[in-house]
Design a protein around this ligand. Structure first.
Ligand code: DI6
Ligand code: FE
Length: 444
């Protein structure tokens, strides 16, 4: 679990137990319990709704028809059929809200973004359509390095405001938690600036987790000296990221155009000494051993995976590594080799879905569109797509004990939708049916 000092751990033993389960990256359902253990009425009670709890193993979507949700101290205190509500659930002080039969889901979780950056890559978009490949553009000093130049030149405020604009579009899709990576600085000052910008977005109606993407591309100052750059990241940047508590996890891009598994492993080992779990960009363009590395070091997730083979999938299942599928990059780069969805499914790997919002290969700022694309391009079911932006996405961030399903003890981060079935969330392309979001039980 990503230990964040500011995450208050609930004191009740059952919830403490699921925090322990999260440490081994296992997801464990918590039964709802009836009245709050202290017998204290709810602060807020939602009734006249249907709940897609996304609890695994039961009915589709973990659905409860004619549901009620009791909220106390920002967390779900009770959830179940409205008919089973305890008599003393509400007092004169409880804010009872009728939701008009709408569907309630866990607040959506975007578990892979590069939301903080400056500039854009529209010229590269045109160049690709004129025949250049992503890899050729990167080799010629464009690609990631062009965003690095713009991001180094931007002020902290410029980074915060441009990312806040993109964040609004995620919030309109019902997102209540967003992961944000650094990786467009490639020097100490700019990586710290990006992570500070990401942390500053926490106050904007959404919870933020941050990832130090230490190995994204080789900066020109280290051309031909990738190992020396890894040394520099470990010795000179990572300690400051840790000292300022700027990251909840670390990430590396494992590809021939970026870093080797050995280099990434060295970085991850150093991060693990500081208690930071790993995530990886793995097997996007080639089978480079990223997914196998993810299993060896028990990373939270391996992301992309178009070129992962079945042996890697089996190893991921054994190590409970989440597969984060990113259809935006696949679409925009006009890739043709899909990730091994059938094998991932067969071997029981948790599937998360995210837009991978980047200025480069995936200028996509809609989580709902990513769900639709996961279904349309790779035949995820709408239920898998919603699990991929709730339960599995929480697991990909090491936060499964705290959010991602509607269960007693979890945060009351909710999305309420004007839909007839939860499948509608994946059905519409570029149309959010969000009616209301709750953050910690408060309309946000
Ligand atoms: N995510 C990444 O970090 C890389 N590809 C991807 O899908 C590179 C992003 C970039 O080119 O800016
Ligand atoms: Fe990415």
């Amino acid at each position: 679990m990503t230990a964040r000092a500011d995450l208050p751990l609930p004191s009740c033993p059952r919830v403490a137990g699921i925090h322990a389960a999260a440490a081994s990256h296992e997801w464990m359902p918590v039964p709802s319990t009836g009245m709050t253990e202290e017998g204290v009425p709810f602060d807020t009670l939602l009734v006249d709704c249907r709940a897609a709890t996304m609890v695994a193993g039961g009915v589709a979507y973990g659905a409860i028809e004619a549901a009620a949700v009791g909220i106390r101290d920002g967390r779900i205190a009770w959830i179940g059929p409205e008919a089973d509500l305890p008599d003393d659930a509400a007092s004169a002080h409880t804010d009872v809200q009728r939701l008009g039969g709408r569907w309630v889901t866990p607040g959506l979780i975007d578990c892979h973004t590069h939301l903080v950056f400056a500039g854009d890559r529209v010229g590269e978009f045109e160049a690709r359509l004129n025949g250049a490949t992503y890899q050729e553009i990167a080799a010629a000093g464009g690609g990631i390095l062009s965003t690095v130049r713009a991001t180094r030149a931007a002020s902290l405020d410029q980074l915060i405001e441009s990312a806040a604009d993109r964040l609004e579009s995620l919030k309109r899709d019902g997102v209540t938690t967003v992961e944000i990576k650094s990786g467009y600085g490639l020097d100490r000052e700019t990586e710290l600036k990006m992570l500070r910008a990401a942390r500053a977005l926490e106050g904007r109606g959404v919870r933020v987790t941050t990832t130090y993407l230490g190995l994204h591309a080789l900066p020109p100052a280290f051309a031909g000296r990738a190992d020396a750059y890894v040394d520099h990241v470990i010795a000179d940047i990572l300690p400051d990221v840790v000292a300022e508590r700027l990251a909840d996890a670390v990430d590396a891009y494992v590809e021939p155009i970026a870093f080797t598994p050995e280099q990434a492993e060295r970085f991850f080992a150093a991060a693990a000494e500081h208690g930071l779990p790993a995530k990886l960009h793995a097997e996007q363009f080639s089978d480079s051993g990223g997914a196998r590395l993810a299993t060896r070091i028990r990373a939270l997730s391996a992301d992309h995976l178009e070129y992962a083979d079945e042996a890697a999938v089996v190893a991921m299942a054994a190590a409970s590594v989440v597969a984060v599928l990113l259809p935006g990059a696949y679409l925009a780069l006009r890739e043709t080799r899909p990730p091994p969805v059938d094998a991932l499914r067969r071997h029981g790997v948790a599937l998360a879905v995210a837009p991978d919002c980047t200025p480069g290969p995936s200028p996509l700022t809609s989580l709902l569109a990513a769900m639709n694309l996961g279904c349309a391009l790779w035949r995820l079911t709408p239920e898998e797509a919603l699990a991929g932006t709730t339960r599995a996405a929480a697991q990909a961030l090491g936060l499964a004990a705290d959010r991602g399903t509607l269960e007693a003890g979890k945060r009351a981060d909710l999305a309420v939708w004007d839909v007839s079935t939860p499948a509608e969330l994946s059905y519409w392309l570029c149309r959010s049916r969000l009616w209301r979001r709750y953050l910690g039980g408060v309309v946000s």
